[in-house]
Design a protein around this ligand. Structure first.
Ligand SMILES: [Zn+2]
Length: 138
């Protein structure tokens, strides 16, 4: 069992999510270790390690709910390779292609000097920059 911190319940309530036991347990795991980038698979392994009985599908669905409600941000680094980011604010990423590791880049550390005009009728929602690195992390 994972100890449910009050902040997990508050977090779910503020996002309008019903605080089911599984959501509370997963929220404690997701948000209890500071800012980080998680895959559904790695969270599932953490859940098993913490004796939280939950399927990978439920983990994935829960992460998706958290993302839909703005608690997490989805970072798609490659087809089929999705990270869930506990830092839901605007920022960019370094991505180490060799290790799959993501590191945050503060939003104001990237200056976009020229963007193409958006297609007719479309509005710019957000620009995510992923700087892909081949060298191993020093
Ligand atoms: Zn991030």
């Amino acid at each position: 069992m994972v100890t449910e911190s009050p902040s997990s319940a508050d977090r779910l309530a503020s996002a309008g999510l019903r605080p089911t036991r599984q959501r509370l347990e997963l929220a404690s795991l997701v948000f209890g270790k500071g800012e980080r980038h998680l895959s559904a698979e790695s969270l599932h392994e953490e859940a098993i390690g913490a004796n939280v009985s939950v399927s990978l599908a439920t983990v994935y669905n829960t992460l998706r709910h958290f993302t839909d409600r703005g608690l997490l941000r989805e970072v798609l680094v490659a087809p089929g390779k999705v990270y869930f980011d506990t830092n839901a604010g605007d920022h960019h990423h370094f991505f180490f292609e060799g290790t799959g590791e993501l590191i945050d880049i503060p939003a104001d550390h990237v200056t976009l000097s020229k963007l193409p005009p958006t297609p007719a009728g479309a509005e710019l929602s957000r620009v995510d920059v992923i700087i892909r690195l081949t060298a191993p992390k020093a």
